[in-house]
Design a binder for this molecule. Structure first.
Ligand code: NAD
Ligand code: MN
Length: 348
């Protein structure tokens, strides 16, 4: 590749404050990656109130036809129902078939030669489960009744399973925990659990995953054990909603949601995205932690094969956290977003 075309979708709230940090980190890599070429793209609730559309077709078209990859900030999806609005990130994951949401949660050891206390990856199915958003409301003689469809397919469970096995295989411990609730939901979660567990026996897999050790855990006790003994986990694979909740929970173990990156990955496209939302409570104060966004840029580059560039960014972030002199208030510091970005850029 001569150049790398990167779509930037800041979205709403602090998305707008942290995406420039990801961009700056990529630019700072210089010749370690192909020359980056950024294109700004619109989406989000602010876009919806301005134009009537939360995810413009032009954004999807540019991503599909012109971009090699993208970074998404966050969107503010109202908790009340707004007619005509649907979360653009959920839409984008489906439109671009980004079927895996990979969320590494890693703490930074005080000594760079020591192992971190928390070092796990949540691999979240990204296209189905309750996020198919098929909800209906009925008025019965006993009052309102609401239902939602929870879709689990063999195809989606198999491909997220394969992604999770691949990720486990690439890590020193090679351990995978399948998260489910099939003691209660034996049909839906049962299908997820069985399909993922069968991945190593697929003919095309051909023994590739023989070294991966597989365990399973019911989701509620998985959260309990995650808080008591996070070191038992390496890679966790989960249906969409459990994966969403587990990764926010895991973020608490490493100090802040503002530290945890992700990529939305499909077979043809990669989109980085910090795990946090638009954080309206801290908007405009210049105190949003930019490190999740910066790490999302690194993770995106890593998935694209630019490991050297990704390592440089991750090392710089780790050093800034380890030194602890310039950190945002979510990590107990007094630093501004801009000062943290500057410190990271200097290290890169
Ligand atoms: P949130 O992740 O925005 O915030 C949760 C808490 O973490 C808040 O106290 C916030 O200040 C803090 N926080 C989050 N990111 C931070 C950062 N980078 N630095 C410092 N502190 C940070 O979750 P929420 O408050 O439940 O949701 C707010 C809005 O974000 C909602 O409209 C929701 O729909 C949306 N949301 C979007 C996404 C997404 O775009 N992928 C994900 C989650 C929530
Ligand atoms: Mn979430």
């Amino acid at each position: 590749r001569q150049s790398l075309k990167i779509g930037l979708i800041p979205g709403d709230g602090i998305g707008v404050e942290v995406i420039p940090a990801a961009k700056a980190a990529i630019v700072a890599l210089g010749s370690d990656i192909p020359k980056p070429d950024f294109v700004d793209l619109d989406a989000g609730f602010e876009c919806f109130t301005r134009t009537g559309v939360a995810l413009p077709e032009e954004t999807v078209r540019v991503l599909e036809e012109e971009c090699d990859c993208a970074i998404f900030g966050a969107v503010s999806s109202p908790t009340r129902r707004v007619v005509g609005y649907s979360s653009p990130i959920v839409g984008l994951r489906k439109r671009l078939d980004l079927y895996a949401n990979v969320r590494p949660v890693t703490s930074v050891a005080a000594d760079p030669n020591e192992k971190p206390d928390v070092d796990l990856v949540v691999v979240r199915e990204n296209t189905e489960c309750l996020y198919v958003k098929q909800e209906e409301l009925k008025h019965t003689e006993n009052g309102k009744e609401a239902r939602a469809t929870r879709l689990i397919t063999e195809r989606a469970s198999r491909r997220i399973g394969q992604m999770a096995f691949d990720i486990a295989l690439g890590r020193p411990r090679k351990h995978l925990t399948v998260i489910h609730k099939s003691n209660v939901l034996s049909v839906t979660d049962g299908l997820f659990r069985e399909t993922v567990r069968e991945v190593p026996t697929l003919p095309e897999v051909n023994g590739k995953y023989n070294d991966v050790q597989v365990a399973e855990q019911i989701v509620d006790s998985a959260v309990y054990r995650l808080f008591r003994e996070p070191q038992i986990y390496d890679v966790m694979v989960a249906p969409n909603l459990y994966g969403d909740i587990l990764s926010d929970a895991a973020a608490a173990l490493v100090g802040s949601l503002g530290l945890v990156p992700s990529v939305n990955a499909g077979d043809k496209f990669i989109m980085g995205e910090p795990v946090h939302g638009s954080a309206p409570d801290i908007l405009g104060l210049d105190i949003a932690n930019p490190l999740a966004s910066i790490r999302s840029a690194a993770l995106m580059l890593r998935f694209l094969g630019y490991v050297k560039g990704a390592d440089r960014i991750d090392r710089a972030v780790d050093e800034v956290i380890r030194e602890g002199t310039v950190l945002t208030p979510d990590l107990g510091g007094k630093g501004k977003t801009s000062e943290v970005v500057e410190a990271v850029l200097k290290k890169i």
